[in-house]
Design a protein around this ligand. Structure first.
Ligand code: ADP
Ligand code: MG
Length: 495
C-alpha cells in the first residue's frame, strides 16, 4: 500500500498542529505543501515546498527538530526531508517556481536537522536579483500607473536595516522584515504585524523595509502613516466631502505602513474605511505593514473582521533587548554620533537602562553633550552623575547562585544535582531553565555560567537556552511555568 506525499504530509500536519501553538502552526506549517515522496539511500525522502528561503531557514532553525521527529514518526523510519523554494500564491507573474539551495552549512545546520538534505538538480536556478526587481517594479506598468518619483513616502532615512541591531528580542520581526523588503507584497507575510512595547524598534524596522525596497530599485509607492494621521485625514475628507479622493489616494499605495494601530480602537467609521482599503490592497498583492503597542486582540474596540484579517499574514512581537543587544545598540549609536565610550561605560549604561531603546539613546545624547561641555572624557563616575535621574532601574541584584537555588527550589530538586552529571530528564530540564534564567538575568558571560554548572562548556549554555526557547514554542503551559519561576526570581530580588 502506497501513500501519496500529500497523504503523508496531511498526517504530519495533524501531528504538528497538536504539538505546536495554533498561531505557530498556522504561520509556519500551513503554507508548506508536499511535493513528492521517494527513496534515498534506502530510506524515505520527503520533499516539501516552502514559500521562500527565509521561510525555510526559520522553520529549519526553530522547528526543525519537531518537524523531523513528526515525519519520522509518521513514516516509521528515519526520513530525509528536502525543501524546495517557490510557488508563492502571491506571485502574480505566474513564473515557474523558483528553486534555490537552502544553506545546510550555516550555523544552525547541526543536530536535529542533520537528516535534512537537498535534492541536487532542483537547486540550479538561483533567481537573478536584478531581474526580479525589474519584474516587481514592472507591476506598476502593468496596472498602467505612472512611475512615482515625487511621492513622499514619509520615511525616516536613518531607520535602515544597517542601523538596526538584531537580537533574540527582535529576530523574527527583523528577518521577516528583510524577506518582505526584498519582495514587498510577494511573501506570505501579508499583512505583517509587529507589536511590542514603546521604544523597541517597531517603527524603525518598518521604515527599514520601505527604505530597503526603494534603495534596491523597487518602484512601487510606499507610504508610512500613523493611525492618528490616517484618522484625521479621514475626518477632514468627510468634512470636505472628499472621501473619494481619500480612498483613491490610499488605493494607489503598494507598500502601506500604518503605525500605532491601537489608536483605531473604538473608531468605528475609520476602521470601516481602513477595512475596505486593506481588502483592496491585499487582494491586489500590495504589502501592508501594521504596528501596535500590544497584541491586536488586546486592543479594545477593534472589529472582529479586522482582527481576523490581521492574522492572515505574520504576527511578530518585539521584546526588550537583553544586555548584549543593549550594549551592541549603544555601541552602534555611539559610533554614528562619533562619541567614544569605554566598554565599561557602555556596559554601565546598558546594565541600568533596560526596557526602552529610546531611553538608551537619550542617555547617550546627554552624555555626549555634557562631555563636550565639560571637555572631559566619559568614565563611569561621570556617567553615574549625569544619568542619575535617567537610571531608574537598579543594577541586577541576582547572581548565578541565587538563581540556581530558586530554580532548584521551584522544581523540588536538590541544588547539587544542577551542577551534577545527572541526565535524568527532570533534572536536565531544571538545569536548562536555570541556565536560561542566568543568561537572561545576570549579564554574566556564558562561559562563567557554564563553569558554575559543574564546569560545563559555554556551548552547553547556548544549547540549554535554545532548548528552553523551543519548549516555549511547542509546550503549552511551559510559558506559564517559566513566568512563575521568573516571578519567584523577581520577588527574591526585591526581598
Ligand atoms: P517603537 O516604534 O517600537 O516605539 P522606535 O522604532 O521608534 O520604537 O525606536 C525607538 C528608538 O530606538 C529609535 O531611535 C530606534 O532607532 C532605536 N532602536 C530601537 N530598537 C533598535 C535596534 N534593535 N537597533 C538599533 N536601534 C534601535
Ligand atoms: Mg513607534
Amino acid at each position: 500500500m502506497h501513500q501519496t506525499a500529500d497523504e503523508i504530509w496531511q498526517r504530519c500536519r495533524s501531528a504538528l498542529a497538536e504539538a505546536l501553538a495554533p498561531q505557530i502552526y498556522k504561520t509556519w506549517f500551513e503554507p508548506i505543501t508536499a511535493v513528492s515522496i521517494s527513496e534515498r539511500n534506502g530510506g524515505p525522502l520527503l520533499s516539501l515546498q516552502v514559500p521562500s528561503r527565509f521561510f525555510y531557514e526559520w522553520v529549519e532553525r526553530r522547528y526543525g527538530a519537531t518537524l523531523t521527529s513528526v515525519v519520522d514518526n509518521v513514516l516509521g523510519a528515519k526520513t530525509a526531508i528536502a525543501f524546495q523554494v517557490g510557488g508563492d500564491a502571491h506571485d502574480e507573474r505566474g513564473e515557474a517556481a523558483r528553486l534555490e539551495q537552502p544553506s545546510l552549512q550555516g550555523p544552525h545546520a547541526k543536530g536535529a536537522s542533520a537528516n535534512m538534505v537537498t535534492q541536487p538538480g532542483l537547486f540550479d536556478r538561483v533567481p537573478n536579483r536584478t531581474g526580479e526587481l525589474v519584474a516587481t517594479g514592472g507591476r506598476s506598468a502593468l496596472f498602467g500607473r505612472p512611475r512615482v518619483t515625487t511621492h513622499d513616502a514619509q520615511l525616516n532615512s536613518a531607520y535602515t536595516f544597517d542601523s538596526f541591531i538584531e537580537g533574540d528580542c527582535n529576530r523574527l520581526a527583523r528577518s521577516a522584515a528583510q524577506a518582505i523588503a526584498e519582495q514587498p507584497g510577494k511573501t506570505s507575510f501579508n499583512p505583517f504585524l509587529v507589536y511590542g512595547g514603546v521604544g523597541l524598534g517597531k517603527t524603525h524596522v518598518a521604515h527599514a523595509i520601505g527604505n530597503y525596497a526603494v534603495a534596491n530599485g523597487w518602484q512601487g509607492r510606499c507610504l508610512y502613516v500613523s493611525s492618528e494621521r490616517f484618522t484625521s485625514q479621514f475626518v477632514h475628507a468627510i468634512q470636505e466631502n472628499r472621501i473619494a479622493d481619500f480612498t483613491h489616494f490610499y488605493r494607489q499605495i503598494d507598500l502601506l505602513i500604518v503605525d500605532d494601530i491601537q489608536f483605531f480602537g473604538r473608531k468605528e467609521k475609520t476602521q470601516e474605511e481602513f477595512f475596505h482599503i486593506f481588502n483592496e490592497l491585499h487582494q491586489s498583492g500590495r504589502q501592508i505593514i501594521l504596528l501596535a503597542d500590544r497584541p491586536p486582540r488586546e486592543i479594545e474596540g477593534i472589529e472582529e473582521r479586522l482582527l481576523s484579517r490581521f492574522q492572515w499574514g505574520l504576527t511578530a512581537d518585539v521584546q526588550p533587548p537583553d544586555l548584549e543587544t543593549r550594549i551592541a545598540i549603544l555601541q552602534r549609536k555611539a559610533e554614528s554620533a562619533r562619541v567614544v565610550l569605554d566598554p565599561e561605560v557602555l556596559e554601565f549604561i546598558a546594565q541600568r537602562i533596560k526596557s526602552n531603546v529610546r531611553k538608551l539613546e537619550g542617555a547617550l545624547v546627554r552624555l555626549s553633550a555634557h562631555a563636550q561641555l565639560h571637555r572631559r572624557s566619559i568614565d563611569v563616575e561621570f556617567a553615574t552623575e549625569i544619568l542619575r535621574d535617567l537610571v531608574d532601574e537598579k543594577p541586577q541584584a541576582l547572581d548565578i547562585d541565587q538563581i540556581m537555588r530558586i530554580v532548584a527550589n521551584y522544581y523540588h530538586t536538590d541544588l547539587n544535582l544542577l551542577s551534577d552529571k545527572t541526565r535524568r530528564r527532570e533534572i536536565v530540564q531544571a538545569r536548562q531553565v536555570a541556565m536560561y534564567c542566568c543568561k537572561q538575568l545576570t549579564g554574566q558571560p556564558l562561559k562563567t555560567i557554564g563553569l558554575r554548572f559543574g564546569g560545563r562548556d559555554h556551548s552547553t549554555v547556548i544549547h540549554a537556552c535554545r532548548a528552553v526557547e523551543n519548549r516555549l514554542d511547542v509546550e503549552p503551559g511551559f510559558r506559564h511555568e517559566l513566568d512563575r519561576i521568573q516571578d519567584a526570581l523577581a520577588s527574591r530580588r526585591t526581598a
